[in-house]
Ligand binder design. Structure first.
Ligand code: SF4
Length: 277
């Protein structure tokens, strides 16, 4: 187990804990630094952000894009379908879709009604069908049926905004990219990395804090943490590996056992062990 000041406290290895040996072992909320965040310098913020990124790397060593794909086009299609839809539902829809539409030409020449039926479970299927047909046509017309490798060219394609383009760059082409989705924006604002709401500004500000080589993995780790621990309504603060570095500690339950119940996902046991629970 990785021992932090908070885990040491939780494990009863602090002097205070030894003084109360007679008491039953009751988990306590992670200890936090008391220094005012208002006094934090830019260098201090960079160090804290990178420390949090390292903690998240320990917490989520297998963080990855949760959409299933085998080619850049499949990832582009899955990302378009993921708008207003869960990755789980997209992954249930795409095997049959990818078998029926294997390349850009298949989308370009698709029968609209038939394509809509394939993607209906993902919602907003009429708009999404338009994007997929337009994407196939644009790829055939301008890129010999292949996805381009640059942000500038990707964002000119139908259905592909900056977020989708960064997902494709980072996960299909190995070009570092920061994906600012709703989880990412919410969490970095909670962490005081930025107060900006605009995703492009958030992307640039976070890009200045974290080394470029880590951008893609940071995006996955933050999104994993947002889905499993730092929920929008009830974040699991009392069982959070980032508690010592988070200025929003207390936004959710701080009592460890109550907070532990809020931690989800296959990494749950590992995450709870990291905080001594
Ligand atoms: S301490 Fe709370 S608000 Fe901060 S990252 Fe953890 S769960 Fe989110």
């Amino acid at each position: 187990m990785r021992v932090t000041p908070s885990t040491a406290a939780v494990n009863g290895s602090s002097p205070d804990a030894e003084a109360t040996d007679a008491q039953p072992e009751t988990p306590v909320a992670p200890k936090r630094k008391t220094r005012s965040r208002q006094a934090e310098t830019q260098l201090g913020l960079v160090r804290r952000a990178r420390r949090m990124n390292r903690t998240l790397a320990d917490a989520f060593p297998d963080a990855h894009c949760e959409l299933d794909f085998t080619t850049p086009l499949e990832l582009a299609v899955a990302t378009i379908l993921s708008a207003q839809c869960t990755d789980v539902r997209v992954n249930m829809t795409t095997p049959a879709l990818f078998a029926k539409y294997p390349d850009a030409r298949a989308y370009a020449e698709a029968n609209r009604a038939e394509l809509e039926e394939y993607i209906r479970p993902t919602g907003f299927y009429r708009n999404k069908a338009s994007s997929l047909i337009g994407l196939g046509q644009a790829l055939l017309a301008d890129h010999e049926g292949e996805l381009p490798h640059t942000l500038d060219k990707l964002v000119k394609l139908p259905g592909i905004g900056r977020k989708t383009a960064n997902v494709i760059l980072g996960n299909a082409f190995g070009v570092p990219g920061i994906t600012v989705d709703t989880h990412f924006g919410r969490l970095v604002r909670r962490w005081g990395w930025t107060a900006e709401e605009d995703p492009v500004k958030v992307e640039h500000i976070v890009g200045a804090l974290i080394e470029r080589k880590d951008w893609t993995m940071l995006s996955h780790r933050v999104i994993f943490h947002g889905r499993r621990v730092c929920h929008a309504r009830k974040p699991a603060c009392g069982a959070c590996v980032l508690a010592a570095d988070c200025p929003s500690f207390g936004a959710g339950p701080t009592e460890p056992e109550a907070a532990a119940k809020l931690v989800k996902g296959p990494e749950r046991e590992h995450l709870l062990r990291m905080v001594g629970l």
